[in-house]
Design a protein around this ligand. Sequence first.
Ligand code: AMP
Length: 193
Amino acid sequence: MTHIILLGPPGAGKGTQAQMLVEDRNMIQLSTGDMLREAKDSGTEMGKIVADVMARGDLVTDEIVIGLIREKLEGDKAGGFIFDGFPRTLAQADALAELMAEQEEVLDHAIELQVNDGVLVDRIVGRAADALAAGGTARADDNAESLKIRLMAYYKQTSPLIGYYHAKGLLKGVDGLGTMEGVKAEIASVLDD
Ligand code: AMP
């Protein structure tokens, strides 16, 4: 069983890679973004609280996301967890370390998908356009205004985790600018090493 974190700014490809790992390795994707969107769509109290913050592109409170993750860690672990979009702050990273210790599990790798900002903007704007062309709706936060705030949140609050996991000896950098299959192969070589 392997437990990993996928780190990287919005649009780096974390969700796409997580889904491939679910299919190929029977791992469990724990995306706090997906959990929060579900809460919002089903209109729970918590969903109502987070809706505005998410649409704006800011981070929801540590307490809320740590609560969501805590529940999942107590369930089925299958081939291991892929933390996708969590942790996003140092407090979340510390909380995750404690929760994993309680479960007597260890985190194996923090994989950083490295990309540059120009590509992110294109990808996210493209993601919104694809969703609309397919007759769907774009995410409320896939627009230029929210993206700026999401990127700022990433650099201010989440990017310190790169140093944090480096210091723990868990950081593995992967070039996130390759093709989907290329990135997948790089991640596979980290996991199978
Ligand atoms: P994502 O789908 O990972 O891009 O997340 C979408 C939005 O959900 C983010 O912009 C935040 O508002 C919120 N969110 C998701 N995960 C977290 C987290 N770990 N901590 C705080 N906010 C989060």
